[in-house]
Design a protein. Structure first.
Ligand SMILES: [Zn+2]
Length: 107
């Protein structure tokens, strides 16, 4: 008895384990069943296997919006440090300059 995957987002979330071969037999069957009838996912997996992170942007342009979002969320969870927003990019050290003019000695 196999629990079928109806959502592409679930398919994507399992993809990492699937490609690593660490997915359970039942999940693998469910995933392959979904992949056998879902053209966007078929195309995605084929390209995903061949290419890597380099083609991510190209892939994103061809993928359904739902799939893109799911993949990004998946990558965020799977890869430490992976993030799409660069809000924390500006974390320069704010060097403080002590204004100790009261301790200056003139001779
Ligand atoms: Zn799908």
């Amino acid at each position: 008895m196999v629990e079928l995957i109806e959502q592409c987002s679930e398919c994507v979330s399992l993809l990492g384990d699937y490609l690593e071969g660490s997915l359970s037999r039942e999940r693998t069957t469910a995933l392959e069943t979904h992949l056998s009838r879902c053209m966007p996912c078929i195309t995605f997996v084929r390209t995903y296997k061949k290419t890597t992170v380099l083609a991510r942007e190209t892939l994103a342009a061809q993928m359904p919006r739902e799939l893109v979002t799911s993949l990004q969320q998946f990558l965020k969870g799977a890869i430490p440090g992976f993030t799409c927003d660069s809000k924390k990019g500006d974390c320069g050290s704010s060097a403080q300059q002590p204004d100790s003019s009261s301790d200056t000695k003139k001779s």
